[in-house]
Design a protein around this ligand. Structure first.
Ligand code: NAD
Ligand code: UDP
Length: 320
């Protein structure tokens, strides 16, 4: 029972490594650290059931030892990151997915693709069921991520239909928690870090746009169950409780006890106005639903960011 996880040094990838190790799997992690951090894996140093390869999966990868599963999580995921690395994002979603599908085929392994709610774009159907085809601007700045993931889904289904590869597609909705980078740029990490530093919380637009936030433990459990289920069509995994971004800011301020103000900044181009998963399929197929609400999840995440900020501040202090 050996599996390969790409993006293993990232936020979700590293939690998945832990989940599979805990279930008795041997895990090979692959990452090129473009947005990941060695910190997320350092607790695994010295373990014999974990092996790490530093590699850009947009280039082919050959493994001598057989794996029975490939989970492809490598990709910049924060809008700030994929706008900074547009070509790398397109490459890892297209070439990277092709390479990992090829590896899975050579090993006769099960393949799971980390897709995203961004395949629905700025949705005109709300909440979003898996049967909705989406509303994506292919030439807008976010298109580099959305279209790479849409291509990745099409490529995964082609390997499934043409080669008979055993595949899974998870459409992940906004997930947060421990091991996100403080400077990741996504809204939960931004708000918690700003609140802890008593800096203004940066509300893009008027904050009336909505998202549905899933705590990482729930997300990882959903993905783990999907990997073991017998189902090849896409499955939404996310928390259907929907909040405006202004409501999120209030929760963060209350849970951190911060007196930070709010500051309005321009809304990014093509920022989806609403997003909420229809999780009927996950409920029915996997017997899964999220257990951790937003307030509880933020409460669990705050100590991690407090610790990271203290570490960063200690490093920045001049040695006298
Ligand atoms: P992350 O940035 O923390 O992790 C991504 C990891 O992939 C990083 O460690 C990065 O270094 C690695 N990577 C990127 N390109 C690579 C390449 N070419 N070769 C090897 N490694 C590479 O982001 P995350 O939130 O953990 O996201 C993980 C996956 O889940 C991504 O595929 C993302 O699209 C998907 N996803 C995440 C969310 C979310 O809310 N966290 C939502 C939807 C989809
Ligand atoms: N956002 C915000 N302030 C921030 C970061 C993000 O108001 O400091 C908003 C962003 O415009 C979007 C929502 O929060 O409407 C979620 O943004 P995020 O980058 O976390 O992910 P997205 O869901 O857009 O991929």
């Amino acid at each position: 029972m050996r599996i390969l996880i790409t993006g293993a040094a990232g936020f979700l990838g590293s939690h998945l490594v832990d989940r599979f190790l805990a279930a008795g799997y041997k895990v090979v992690g692959v990452d090129n650290f473009i947005t990941g951090s060695w910190k997320n894996l350092e607790h695994l140093q010295g373990r014999e059931d974990f092996f790490f390869i530093r590699h850009d999966v947009s280039k082919p990868l050959f493994l001598a030892e057989r794996v029975s599963g490939v989970l492809h999580f490598a990709s910049p995921a924060s809008p700030v990151d994929y706008l900074e690395f547009p070509i790398q994002t397109l490459k890892v979603g297209s070439l990277g997915t092709h390479n990992m599908l090829g590896l899975a085929k050579a090993h006769e392994a099960r393949f799971l693709l980390a897709s995203t709610s961004e395949v629905y774009g700025d949705p005109q159907v709300h909440p979003q069921p898996e049967t909705y085809w989406g509303h994506v601007n292919p030439v807008g700045p976010r298109g580099v991520y959305d279209e790479a993931k849409r291509f990745a889904e099409a490529m995964t289904m082609a390997y499934h239909r043409y080669h008979g590869l055993d595949t899974r597609i998870v459409r992940i909705f906004n997930t947060y928690g421990e091991r996100m980078r403080p400077a990741d740029g996504r809204v939960v990490s931004n708000f918690i870090v700003q609140a802890l530093r008593n800096e203004p919380l940066t509300l893009y637009g008027d904050g009336s746009q909505t998202r549905s936030f899933c705590y990482v433990e729930d997300q990882v459990e959903g993905i783990f169950r999907l990997f073991h289920a017998d189902y090849s069509e896409p499955v939404n995994i996310g928390n259907p409780d929907e909040f405006t971004i202004r409501e999120l800011a209030e929760v963060v301020l209350q849970e951190t006890g911060s007196s930070s103000s709010l500051v309005n900044l321009p809304l990014p181009v093509d920022d989806p106005k609403v997003r909420r998963p229809d999780i009927s399929r996950a409920r029915r197929l996997l017997g899964w639903e999220p257990k951790v609400g937003l307030r509880e999840g933020v409460r669990r995440t705050v100590p991690y960011f407090r610790h990271r900020i203290q570490e960063d501040d200690a490093r920045a202090r001049p040695i006298v």
